[in-house]
Write a protein that binds this ligand. Structure first.
Ligand code: G16
Length: 544
């Protein structure tokens, strides 16, 4: 195999965010941009000669081109085998599973998740380590450092690989194996859930379901698992064809973007269960007939009922949630007397806890839920969990949610996103919030008395690494919280996220609308951060 060393100039913006490097496609198309970043990753890793690398993406625009480029760089750098999803497709959780199952050295996942796709939209790349999980910060910091001084990359002079032909191909000393993207993952799901019970519940009509794949990667996975294996009707999976531009939509599973699903689920003839997943298949939105389950509640309900699912029937060791996720799961953990960890936003922070067996389940307010079966959040896993729960408990989604609130109380929750805020304004807001922290303690704002006001930092209990500046938290004596942080996944300007929650023990008040119930705290959040005042905006872009 002939290998070339190509001279290159560093780019100064290759700092991975919450989940890999995400930029506009046009930025990735600059000469050497993708090549530099991939070579920077390989330059920062040791011991992969002759080892296996998993490769796949969510099928968005530029996916196939990027895969061919990466194959050549990986070949030139000495990997022995590349396992690639057919057509260059792999959902993020499937990639995580394949890295683990085939004991790969790591994997490259090409996705910008829920961000839109197309020539003028977003692309992304992320490296996952041998446990199947996103590279921890010590890796991503090293990639960035390297990218700032890189002066050449290696590439193999080989033809483009046929990505559609399943099976092994040999190019000199490099083995390339194209696999069906769904089979291994579907088998894993079958080993976790009670597929027989699910089949019966679907065929008897007890469960009717609607899954919105949002023209993204989960279409083929949902069709195989929900339709072929579990017997749901083909019409149960909508927007099932993965498209390079996701049909022009945001493949973001929330009520605003999964509007077709939302309309059906809030209609008179709504199915029992509705769900959606995102661009790369790791997020999930759960709904039932005329009810939306917040991701924070979903995590708590999953934790409270895990023993009803075959794979977790012996109990769970502990749970974790990202800091801005509501405290609903903490109440479940306290009730079952198991540990509950609070980590920064980003799935990578769960990896060590999962590897060490400290937790079985984890989740985030950003529509992410998962378990120790892989090291990524997993959209279809959450869907199957809920279906298994409905079948096992013989209860509707609303019934399960209300029963949970009755027992544990309700953590009323919402998130407001202000997107594409000018960076200087966003930084000014963060500075302004920071400057208030020392004086807030003990102050009263109506019924809210400040109990703590700080900037969240995290010390990993397994490896002792620390992560600073992970969001500003203002907590009140009555358990309510307001959290502010800048997103690490956007590609235009800055996105300010405001997370608001209040606990309601009184079951007669559990049906309140979240925005109304949180009205005082929403006003207080504006008083603290002045986003509306400083930007002239009147409302958030997205409310979830
Ligand atoms: C990624 C991370 C999640 C994180 C989310 C939002 O998800 O994997 O852990 O919660 O981004 O992050 P931020 O608030 O910084 O935008 P995904 O689905 O985009 O890969």
């Amino acid at each position: 195999m002939q290998i070339e060393n190509i001279a290159t100039e560093p780019y100064n913006d290759q700092n991975p965010g919450t989940s890999g490097l995400r930029k506009k496609v046009r930025i990735f198309q600059q000469p050497g941009y993708l090549e530099n970043f991939v070579q920077s990753i390989f330059d920062s890793l040791e011991g992969f000669t002759g080892q296996t690398l998993v490769l796949g993406g969510d099928g968005r625009y530029f996916n196939r081109i990027a895969i061919q480029i990466i194959i050549k760089i990986a070949a030139a750098n000495g990997f022995g085998q590349l396992i690639i999803g057919q057509g260059g497709l792999l959902s993020t959780p499937a990639a995580s599973h394949i890295i683990r199952k085939y004991k790969a050295f790591g994997g490259l996942i090409l996705s910008a998740s829920h961000n839109p796709g197309g020539p003028d939209e977003d692309f992304g790349i992320k490296y996952n380590v041998s446990n199947g999980g996103p590279a921890p910060e010590k890796y991503t910091d090293a990639f960035y450092q390297r990218s700032q001084i890189i002066d050449s990359y290696k590439t193999a002079k080989i033809d483009d690989v046929d990505l559609d032909r399943i099976g092994p191909q040999q190019i000199d000393e490099l083995k390339i194996t194209i696999i069906d993207p769904v089979t291994d993952y579907a088998e894993l799901m079958q080993s976790i859930f009670n597929f027989n019970l699910l089949k019966q519940s679907i065929s008897s009509g007890y469960i009717s379901l609607l899954f919105d794949a949002m023209s993204a990667i989960t279409g083929p996975y949902a069709k195989r698992i929900l339709v072929d294996m579990l017997g749901a009707s083909p019409e149960s999976v909508i927007n099932a064809e993965p498209l390079e531009d996701f049909g022009g939509h945001h493949p973001d599973p929330n009520l605003a973007h999964a509007h077709e699903l939302a309309e059906r689920m809030f209609s008179a003839d709504a199915p029992t269960f509705g769900a959606a997943s995102d661009g790369d298949g790791d997020r999930n939105m759960i709904t039932g007939s005329n009810i939306f389950v917040t991701p924070s509640d979903s995590l708590a309900i999953i934790a409270a009922n895990a023993h009803l699912i075959p794979a977790y029937s012996k109990g769970i060791s502990g749970v974790a949630r990202s800091m801005p996720t509501s405290q609903a799961v903490d109440r479940v953990a306290a009730n079952y007397n198991i540990p509950c960890y609070e980590t920064p936003t980003g799935w990578k922070f769960f990896g060590n806890l999962l590897d060490a067996g400290k937790i079985t389940l984890c989740g985030e307010e950003s529509f992410g839920t998962g378990s120790d079966h892989v090291r990524e959040k997993d959209g279809l896993w959450a869907v199957l969990f809920w279906l298994n729960l409905i079948a096992r408990k013989r209860q509707s989604v609303a019934g399960i949610v209300h029963e949970h609130w009755q027992k544990f109380g309700r953590d009323i929750y919402c998130r407001h996103d202000y997107e594409a805020v000018e960076n200087s304004i966003a930084n000014g807001i963060v500075e302004h919030l920071r400057s208030q922290l020392p004086t807030l303690l003990g102050q009263s704002f109506g019924e809210y008395v400040v109990k703590f006001a700080d900037e969240f930092s995290y010390e990993d209990p397994i490896d002792g690494s620390t992560s600073q500046n992970q969001g500003i938290r203002i907590g009140f004596e009555n358990g309510s919280r307001i959290v502010f942080r800048l997103s690490g996944t956007g590609t235009v300007g800055a996105t300010l996220r405001i997370y608001i929650e209040r606990f309601e023990a009184d079951a007669s008040r559990h049906d309140q609308d979240a925005q109304e119930a949180l009205g005082d705290l929403i006003a207080l959040a504006e008083q603290f951060c002045e986003i509306k005042k400083r930007t002239g905006r009147t409302a958030p872009n997205v409310t979830t």
